[in-house]
Ligand binder design. Structure first.
Ligand code: NAD
Length: 263
């Protein structure tokens, strides 16, 4: 299938590792030009160099949890060209008991997970509407519709992103621009591996036991009973960046292995 992404310009926020880096690689494999983002210029430069073997890659470092960082990224991106694809991927995941999350930590979560996407969409959606062409994706989580008590502020941030995605999609009516929200479930990234391996060490369990326990205790409704791969999530995102996916707009797209038990 030709996804017709050749030479399209895509920004993937938070793409120095994990799902974002996977999406960047998958877009490059389809011939798109990709802009890597992360807070640290060094990390961005390293990934730009690593991925350059697959295609045309640029860097735009900046902390999207702040307005000044967002401006820095926007300046770098606008020097490269008009964005065809914006993937709002970056997000943080903190487990804190609800009663211990103070206002500062709430604001950090909202700034990092929600306002980062708002800042980017506020700049790029009007431009895409003017050109009558573009794809925006917001990476939420299955936690946005199946909130976890151990991750209240994370879950709330992801529910907000689902609302944001649908609200912005309403603005695209009659145009060739789409805004969709992606809901990954548990995904095996470098970060997941470090976290789960550490748990195994602390509890004297093998990684297989830890994974089995995860799907017995935390996500028993998972139909695949395993973590998704970064590539599985990335390939889904890339398809919805395509012109071929023009009829999917304002949709929550699930890549969560069937955890969410609803029709
Ligand atoms: P990760 O921690 O592996 O990578 C996050 C990336 O974002 C890194 O490149 C990091 O440098 C960057 N980043 C973090 N804060 C930033 C900031 N303020 N400004 C710019 N860049 C910043 O994350 P991941 O596990 O790949 O998750 C990516 C997205 O997918 C997140 O939105 C996350 O909530 C969502 N998600 C992940 C999982 C999972 O199991 N991994 C499940 C559901 C949803």
């Amino acid at each position: 299938m030709d996804l017709k992404l050749e030479r399209k310009l895509a920004l993937v926020t938070g793409s120095t590792k994990g799902i974002g880096k996977g999406i960047a690689k998958a877009l490059l494999d389809e011939g798109a030009r990709v802009i890597i983002n992360g807070r640290s210029r060094k990390a961005v430069d390293e990934v730009v160099e690593e991925l350059s073997q697959y295609g045309e890659v640029y860097g735009a470092s900046g902390d999207l949890a702040t307005m000044s960082g967002a401006k820095e990224v926007i300046t770098s991106v606008d020097e490269i060209g008009d964005l065809d694809v914006l993937i709002n991927n970056m997000g943080i995941y903190i487990a804190t008991p609800f009663e211990e999350i103070d206002d500062d930590e709430w604001m950090k979560m909202i700034n990092t997970n929600v306002l980062s996407a708002i800042r980017m969409c506020r700049h790029y959606l009007p431009k895409m509407l003017k050109r009558n062409s573009g794809r925006i994706q917001i990476i939420a989580s299955e936690c946005g519709v199946k909130p976890l008590s151990a991750f209240v502020h994370y879950s709330v941030s992801k529910t907000a992103l689902l609302g944001l995605g649908r609200s912005l999609a309403e603005m695209t009516k009659g145009s060739n621009v789409t805004v969709n929200t992606i809901l990954p479930g548990p995904t095996w990234t470098e970060g997941t591996a470090i976290y789960q391996n550490q748990r195994g060490k602390n509890e004297g369990k093998t990684i297989d036991e830890i994974i089995q326990e995860y799907f017995t205790i935390y996500d028993p409704s998972s139909l695949i009973q395993r973590f998704a791969t970064v590539e599985e999530v990335a390939n889904t995102c890339v398809y919805y960046c395509s012109d071929l996916a023009a009829a999917t707009n304002g949709a929550p797209i699930r890549v969560e292995g069937g955890i969410i038990r609803s029709i």
